[in-house]
Design a binder for this molecule. Structure first.
Ligand code: GLP
Length: 243
């Protein structure tokens, strides 16, 4: 596991954008895995700016998002579908038919999960997966548990995640209680993984991740078994109060 410690959020976002841009330069028809949450917003802003300057071309890129609330309307500004259009897809030239996000509107989520997994495989797997991390160590919506599901599945959100994500909704009651998420193997099958973390509230979990142990109660620690993970974090996430 490599770690790049950046001065602040802006530097972290620029460093991540450079890695994504390099991936697209090396393989223009690459498959990218995207994450949501507040952390990657700066990365998407940088990618849009690079695209605007003619530095990257998304015309052959395929994307898969990690997760989506369930159930949720795509028109809900808090859906990850809306988030991705707003922050990236409406601003770059990625073809809409190449974009994949779990469908929060489906009436048959189990079928959606099976298909999602199949489509990822039929595209040759993910070349570069971007991840954020929950304060409880979740990746995607793989919440702390004794057993973790390996493939794309429907999951119940933990109370800690409902609390953390309620800041985006009008009230806690409006946070959907379930989600569709890639499973831990879906994520670990990605050829490269880049995990972003910013802010003091991520310090404890980053420390645990760097402890080189695997613990399903901190799902991100499973990344320790992967051969190509880069953590890009800011000084607050890395040093916490020792800054
Ligand atoms: C959500 C997403 C995760 C994300 C996490 C952290 O729950 N499902 O993919 O990593 O939040 O969010 P933030 O970046 O806002 O701290």
């Amino acid at each position: 596991m490599r770690i790049i410690v950046c001065k602040n959020y802006e530097d972290m976002s620029r460093a991540a954008a450079k890695l994504v841009a390099s991936q697209i330069t090396l393989k223009p028809d690459c498959v990218l895995g995207f994450a949501t949450g507040s952390t990657p917003i700066g990365l998407y802003k940088e990618l849009c700016a690079m695209y605007g300057r003619g530095e990257i071309d998304f015309s052959a890129v395929t994307s898969f998002n990690l997760d989506e609330y369930y159930p949720i309307r795509k028109s809900n500004p808090e859906s990850y579908d809306y988030f991705m259009k707003d922050n990236l897809f409406s601003k770059v030239n990625i073809p809409s038919e190449n974009i994949h996000i779990p469908d929060g509107e489906t009436e048959v989520p189990e079928i959606e999960c099976l298909n999602y997994e199949k489509v990822i495989e039929s595209c040759g797997g993910i070349d570069l997966q971007i991840l954020g991390i929950g304060v409880n160590g979740h990746i995607g919506f793989n919440e702390p548990d004794i057993n973790l599901s390996t493939k794309t599945h429907v999951t119940e959100l933990s109370q800690s995640t409902i609390d953390a994500n309620s800041r985006f909704f009008d009230s806690e009651d409006e946070v959907p209680r379930k989600a569709i998420t890639m499973g831990v193997s879906t994520i670990l099958k990605s050829k490269k993984i880049v995990l972003l973390a910013s802010g003091k509230n991520k310090h404890a979990v980053i420390k645990e991740l760097l402890d080189e142990k695997v613990n399903t109660n901190v799902p991100a620690t499973l990344l320790n078994v992967h051969r190509d993970v880069t953590i890009i974090c800011d000084e607050e996430a890395y040093y916490g109060d020792d800054i």
